[in-house]
Write a protein that binds this ligand. Structure first.
Ligand code: NAD
Ligand code: TDX
Length: 337
């Protein structure tokens, strides 16, 4: 089986590459990644020479390259993870989000349609559903799309394109919508690695607004296992929500991390709120649990401790990311690209 995965040098993508190489000893994995600021080949250093893993440096919106890859390699499966992924950046400048998340998805869908694939997995997010009130029921697969940020609007657009290619062209598309991930290799612009790395450096932790916004957290390896199950067993044309039923307010979460690291609460600093800040996300994962037998492998507390420990043990990794030094790695590795 040949799988083309996009965005594999990012947080979830690099965890997914590691996961797939172990889970499927007969699969060949091709990773197409543009290496934006969020792509870091250090995340994949240990698999760089693996006989079943191939890295391709390129843009998913580059139609010529994408067409060549599909005709040269005849992929069986596609998992589209590549995206601009940070809400705050999309507020500052939406343009790269339109190019990568919408245009890139369209280019990929067209290539898959021309060449045929067994399954096209579009990796999406719970943010496309918009914001919940504190007492609302969680998002279901049928919940109408109601995105708030340019990021989530671009992901919702990609979902609609993917669904249209299924309905119009019969492309075997499945869409996954997962809640907030945490774990190793997450870029320290996102909330959990921001908290951990700031606390480890005794720097203030920025809490947006009143800190009472709620997110539903999932350990990245549980997400990877869900994606694998959807790729192999998900029904074409269907959407699968993924979430571990672990809602936490931002303030509670930050306090838990301070407790794990035995640091004082006065590091928490309230700052100006994010414009259009969604109040609450909560995912109902009953469909994937029932249809595909998915369950999280370990408790939230255990996975959070494991994640904090990873950042403690891998300080050089995040220090290189925060200083920008990690970008030199690709140049050295590939001889000055
Ligand atoms: P990330 O920002 O860590 O990584 C994104 C990767 O995509 C990077 O390696 C980057 O270089 C690559 N990329 C960006 N634009 C590209 C382009 N035009 N062509 C090729 N590669 C490109 O993101 P992440 O957090 O790992 O998220 C991965 C996917 O999962 C995204 O589609 C995101 O919307 C989705 N998702 C993320 C979360 C989360 O909590 N992080 C939750 C649900 C869904
Ligand atoms: O410094 C911060 N302080 C803070 O209070 C940051 C970075 C965030 N926050 C808050 C905003 C959110 O309520 O923490 C919460 C989580 O923020 P992010 O890590 O930026 O995640 P979110 O906006 O919820 O989006 C994430 O989950 C869904 C990912 O970035 C998306 O890629 C994914 O689709």
């Amino acid at each position: 089986m040949k799988l083309l995965l996009t965005g594999g040098a990012g947080f979830i993508g690099s965890n997914f590459v590691h996961y797939l190489l172990k889970a499927h000893p007969d699969w060949e994995i091709f990773n197409l990644d543009k290496l934006t600021y969020a792509g870091n080949l250090e995340n994949l250093k240990d698999v760089a020479g693996h006989p079943r893993y191939h890295f391709i440096h390129g843009d998913i919106a580059g139609a010529v390259l994408v067409e060549r890859l599909f005709s040269d390699y005849r992929f069986d499966l596609v998992a589209n993870l590549a995206a601009e992924s940070h809400v705050d950046r999309s507020i500052m400048d939406a343009a790269p989000f339109i190019d990568a998340n919408i245009k890139g998805t369209q280019v990929f869908l067209d290539a898959a349609r021309r060449h045929g694939v067994r399954k096209f997995l579009q990796v999406s997010t719970d943010e496309v559903y918009g914001s919940l009130g504190f007492s609302d029921p969680p998002f279901m697969e049928e919940t109408p799309l109601d995105p708030s940020s340019p990021y989530s609007a671009s992901k919702a657009s990609a979902d609609l394109l993917a669904r249209a290619y299924h309905r119009t062209h019969g492309l075997p598309v499945v869409i996954s919508r997962c809640s907030n991930n945490y774990g190793p290799y997450q870029f320290p612009e996102k909330f959990i690695p921001t908290i951990i790395t700031n606390v480890l450096a005794d720097k203030p932790v920025p809490i947006y607004g009143d800190g009472l916004n709620v997110r539903d957290w999932i350990y990245v390896e549980d997400h990877c296992r869900a994606l694998d199950l959807i790729l192999t067993g998900g029904r074409p044309g269907e959407v699968y929500n993924i979430g571990a039923r672990q809602e936490r307010s931002n303030l509670d979460l930050a306090r838990s991390i301070l407790r794990i690291l035995d640091k004082p609460e006065d590091l928490l600093t309230f700052v100006k709120d994010r414009p259009g800040h969604d109040r609450r996300y909560a995912i109902e994962p009953a469909k994937i649990e029932k249809e595909l037998g998915w369950r999280p492998a370990a408790s939230f507390d255990e996975c959070l401790e494991r994640t904090v420990r990873w950042y403690v043990d891998n300080r050089p990794w995040w220090e290189r990311v925060k200083s920008g030094e990690y970008r030199e790695f690709a140049k050295k590795w590939y001889g000055e690209e």
